[in-house]
Design a protein around this ligand. Sequence first.
Ligand SMILES: [Zn+2]
Length: 105
Amino acid sequence: MFIKGICPAYFVKFPRVVRVYCPRCNAYTDHTVTIYSHGKRRDLAEGQRRYLRKLKGYGSSRKPKQKRFSKTTKKVVVKLQCRQCGYVVMKTLGRLKKVELVEVK
Ligand SMILES: [Zn+2]
């Protein structure tokens, strides 16, 4: 999806409202922007239960502990929600150090 006038590679200030194409409305509508962040890990999910079971008792851990991290940035994902119908589209902005939502106009 192309957002007019915004180049994500350099733009760390992102508008709170953007006018982009909505596939459900089949038109260009205003979208509310929020920065996506992942949810909490569920302890009762099968994979998490298996992982916790593996960690129990004597022996090494299932996955090696992360000691250093080479990346200094994170891939930023924004959630665009159509103001007319509520349809949500995710958009990746790429690797950015910091993202700020700003009012435009
Ligand atoms: Zn819509």
